[in-house]
Write a protein that binds this ligand. Sequence first.
Ligand code: AMP
Length: 286
Amino acid sequence: MQVIATIDAFRQARAAFGPLGFVPTMGYLHAGHLSLVERARQAHGATAVSIFVNPTQFGPHEDFARYPRDMERDLRLLEGAGVDLVFAPAVGELYPEGFGTYILIPSADQVLEGAARPDHFSGVATVVCKLLNIVQPTRAYFGQKDAQQTVVVRQMVRDLNLPTTIVVAPTVREADGLAMSSRNTYLTPAQRTAAPVLYRGLLAAQARYAAGERDGEALRQTIREVLAREPLVRPEYVSVADPLTLRELVDLDHGALLSLAVRLGTVRLIDNLVLGPVDPKGSGNF
Ligand code: AMP
């Protein structure tokens, strides 16, 4: 496994490989990341992973400085997973003096994570575009955990005619249902005990959908009621939206993306579940 910090050296090393699978990450790896690596490896053999905590996708009051980092452990895990190339640049390598080009996706900034986190998806799209240009992968793998991110990345790849296929893989969860996330390490023991309520809320709405409920607001209300049982959890939004446009739904005739964001103390967690048929061109191909 080669670990490379500069763009020039990465391009040189990449040239020795043909088709390549790529998993972009911010490090502090867990089984969710490794499931993406495993899919990439099975599809291609040759696999690249990036580790880069991208400052442009964090707001001024967000957790960029304290985001958990453990490069040594990450590299051990990636070596064990059979990864060929790791791209781990410093911030100045991707954003040198004078950097000034950003991708804007205005539709993403109106809803869900985009509405809650101004500039977040501009930062995500910009760094993913740069990474795809540097890594030149055949396929790039993203987690359903960050549902709106998958929509944004697909839109960017389509709009800018990037020659990479985007693959979305299911959310990997802890045994109690909590979606794995590097940010889970911020949780106190009491918050960690409360956190599985996010998934319980989504499952409750899924059960009502399975029983025939097709009213969007009724499903939102079901999720809110479950969340309200955990006093430590403060909901930020609860959404039942079209999986492709992310517009809130009144009636569910073609399935839906259930998603939510909450705060537990200062920690912000998100989760989601897809209901109904998944459009083959759409939000999931898992
Ligand atoms: P991050 O390091 O948080 O930027 O995540 C890197 C990639 O891993 C993104 O595509 C995430 O959606 C994905 N990912 C994060 N957590 C999970 C999870 N629990 N299950 C599946 N994929 C995940």
